[in-house]
Design a protein around this ligand. Structure first.
Ligand SMILES: Nc1ncnc2c1ncn2[C@@H]1O[C@H](COP(=O)(O)OP(=O)(O)OP(=O)(O)O)[C@@H](O)[C@H]1O
Ligand SMILES: [Mg+2]
Length: 258
């Protein structure tokens, strides 16, 4: 690859979504959404239950396919199987092997991501410590609590140090102290160049993001920094801003980045 080509490639945003629509049956769940997420951003997708967050992050990763519009990650049009090595995805419902131990689960996924034995061992130690699971890795996952399973899923998503990390409600069931350290780590990852995309409906988490996408009924009603969203609505908090923007959307239309 020439220097020029490599510069062009590295300048590609982490995610570009253009005019994406996804329906299930008669119901339009994601409605003509366009969004660009630059590399190294900590981007939050905030919206109430059923607003389309999980559907949108699945489209962003190529796990699901849009009916209309296009999605690319790191300049590569999706879906593309080879991209699985370049992003980490933590699903909303834990996808773990219940009969295997925590460590065996990490070994399995680490090998799937192509990590060699030595770096896998090192990354298991590092990520298990980060989510405070080091003492429990020998136990079968059936013996894990809900929060422990979440933490194991998060450690697995972090294993291969992907360029893009997509986390669907990563801190549900995680206690406040650990939640704080997980967010600290997400901030460090983003600062070091990883693009981190997180869904949440927790307002104090939303405020920690560089930029937020507010989603309601499959529409992006705002995309901006938390401070700018609050300032643009004249409200005192993201929560109030969300309500104000939801009401505007009923009469106006959706935010459009294109
Ligand atoms: N595979 C599917 N088949 C039919 N309907 C679906 C499917 N997946 C999602 N939906 C519907 O799409 C809507 C949005 O679901 P989605 O899971 O994206 O919401 P969400 O914002 O992630 O909600 P939550 O905060 O509860 O996780 C819901 O009405 C849901 O029932
Ligand atoms: Mg969801």
């Amino acid at each position: 690859m020439s220097v020029l080509q490599s510069e062009t490639v590295s300048a590609e945003p982490a995610v570009v979504i253009s005019g994406v629509t996804r329906s299930f049956g008669q119901q339009r769940i994601i409605d003509d959404v366009s969004l660009t997420i630059p590399r190294g951003e900590l981007f939050g997708l905030l919206g109430p239950s059923g607003s389309g967050k999980t559907t949108l992050v699945k489209l962003m990763t190529g796990i699901d396919k849009a009916d209309k519009g296009s999605v690319s990650m790191l300049g590569v049009p999706l879906p593309k199987l080879e991209m699985l090595h370049r992003f980490g995805y933590m699903a909303q419902s834990d996808a773990l092997y219940m009969e295997l131990s925590g460590r065996q689960n990490m070994m399995f996924f680490g090998k799937l991501y192509g990590l060699n034995r030595q770096s896998l061992r090192q990354r298991i130690d590092e990520t298990a410590a980060l989510v405070d699971l080091s003492e429990h890795l020998h136990k079968p996952v059936t013996a894990f609590s809900g929060g422990m399973k979440r933490r194991l899923s998060l450690a697995i998503a972090l294993l291969h140090q992907p360029e893009v990390l997509v986390l669907d409600e990563p801190t549900v069931g995680i206690d406040p102290v650990l939640r704080k350290s997980v967010w600290k780590e997400l901030k460090i990852l983003a600062k070091n160049g990883t693009t981190v995309i997180v869904t949440t409906h927790v307002m104090d988490e939303a405020e920690k993001c560089d930029r937020l996408g507010l989603i309601r009924d499959g529409h992006l009603i705002a995309v901006d920094s938390p401070a700018s969203i609050i300032a643009s609505t004249g409200c005192g908090s993201i929560e109030e801003a969300f309500i104000a923007l939801s009401q505007q959307q009923r009469f106006g239309g959706q935010h459009d980045e294109s």
